[in-house]
Design a binder for this molecule. Structure first.
Ligand SMILES: Cc1cc2nc3c(=O)[nH]c(=O)nc-3n(C[C@H](O)[C@H](O)[C@H](O)COP(=O)(O)OP(=O)(O)OC[C@H]3O[C@@H](n4cnc5c(N)ncnc54)[C@H](O)[C@@H]3O)c2cc1C
Length: 375
């Protein structure tokens, strides 16, 4: 370990921040983590994690607990809006032949696995506070927190999401989240026996996906064009979600009438941001959505945050000045995250344009090929 990086502050206790804490602790680096929420909760529904993420979970040393909490599956099935199979894309077992290719996992379960591991490894977590300000010199960063406390760190990692305060402190107003024109609708159901893989239903008239989360649970997602980013009455959400998937038949059509509880609909406008220059200044660095929040079309946003965390821990322990190590981190991360970011956004634009020539299958295959490459 490079002795000049022995104490790191991670700002944000989401997926990226927790993975950074785990990866840094495994390198013997002391980690303080501050999370702005005083109740460390995450919202319902689940998340798709593809083969590159399963591989990195193994390298983070959390694979066992993670797989216990997840639903493992192999293939991705793409169907038309009538439910006819178009293609089955086989999964790649990148973590090793004994481990599954992909998983679906509830966000709450993922949070529990990651937060328990980070704390067990000695991460000092403080909830309900943030960074008030920082000042850095060549050897470290003096941080003042919103509760009046202060501490000095060798490095500060901003993992505080799409609305990152740390990004604003580094780059001012240069990078602001942008609404893409689309939103995502999600709803949990008891798992249907046929949903033992990720099933994606696509066509010009709409789209939806069904993702297994456990033996008993799956969730549906659908993306829709929402010009002007309207604010809907919470009580309307079930009816609106039914409307957005009304052109889809097959299993999605059967499930549609079960979307009745508006309080269980998770509606999220899509917002993106990409920091198009090095994600660090001096000893303060951004990872995850703080640097490159994109749309969920390729199911890789969290995957990129997790990879950032792992690569950061590896590079910090390498040789050279802090700047050289952070530059090597950027070399390993920038183009890969840019590809995911741009192509996810492009997929949403094609959906909004109802572009029948959009080769979604080709894009999915290209993304899987790229993300299978080692980081
Ligand atoms: C609808 C939708 C579906 C998605 N589906 C998938 C998927 O299937 N697969 C996938 O890989 N990705 C998916 N993503 C993307 C994924 O959720 C994000 O990329 C991922 O959560 C990013 O992790 P993060 O830790 O960088 O940020 P976040 O998860 O946003 O975590 C940031 C944390 O920082 C905290 N915080 C914020 N501000 C401060 C502050 N000032 N001080 C301290 N703490 C702060 C927040 O409370 C939060 O806990 C999806 C995204 C959306 C919107």
């Amino acid at each position: 370990m490079s002795s000049d990086i022995s104490k790191v502050l991670v700002v944000g206790g989401g997926i990226g921040g927790l993975c950074a804490a785990i990866a840094l602790r495994r390198q013997g680096i002391a980690v303080d983590l501050v999370e702005i929420k005083s109740e460390w909760t995450v919202y319902g529904v689940g998340i798709i994690q593809q083969s590159n993420v399963v591989r990195e979970m193994a390298r983070l040393g959390v694979l066992e607990g993670y797989l216990e909490a997840a639903y493992a599956f192999e293939d991705v099935g793409i169907y038309d809006l009538q439910g006819n199979a178009l293609v089955r894309i086989p999964g790649q077992r990148l973590a090793g032949p004994e481990y599954p290719a992909n998983v679906g996992i509830s966000r709450l379960s993922l949070h529990q696995v990651l937060s328990t591991t980070a704390i067990d490894l000695g991460t000092q977590v403080r909830l309900g506070l943030s960074v008030e300000s920082f000042q850095q010199d060549a050897a470290g960063v003096d941080v003042s927190f919103t509760d009046g406390s202060a501490a000095r760190y060798d490095l500060v990692v901003g993992a505080d999401g799409v609305y990152s305060k740390i990004r604003g402190m580094l780059f001012g107003d240069t990078y602001k989240p942008r609404f893409t024109g689309q939103a995502v609708w999600r709803y949990n159901f008891p798992r249907h026996p046929s949903i033992d893989h990720l099933a994606s239903y696509v066509g010009a008239e709409g789209n939806a996906g069904l993702v297994p989360l456990s033996d008993d649970l799956m969730y549906m997602f659908s993306t829709s064009h929402e010009p002007g980013n309207p604010r809907y009455e919470p009580a309307q959400l079930a009816e609106l979600m039914r409307d957005r998937i009304s052109k889809i038949a097959g299993l999605v059509g059967e499930l549609r009438e079960q979307i009745t509880d508006s309080s269980q609909v998770v509606y999220k406008p899509m917002e993106v941001v990409f920091v198009n220059e090095p994600w660090f200044k001096g000893r303060v660095l951004l990872i995850g959505d703080a640097a490159h929040a994109t749309t969920p079309h390729l199911g890789q946003g969290a995957g990129m945050a997790i990879e950032d965390a792992l690569v950061l821990s590896l590079e910090l322990c390498g040789s050279g000045s802090v700047e050289e190590r952070l530059e090597r981190f950027m070399t390993r991360r920038f183009e890969r995250c840019k590809y995911i970011s741009e192509n996810s956004i492009m997929a949403g634009e094609r959906e909004m344009a109802r572009d029948a020539t959009f080769d979604r299958i080709g894009l999915t295959k290209a993304m899987l090929k790229l993300t299978a490459e080692p980081i």
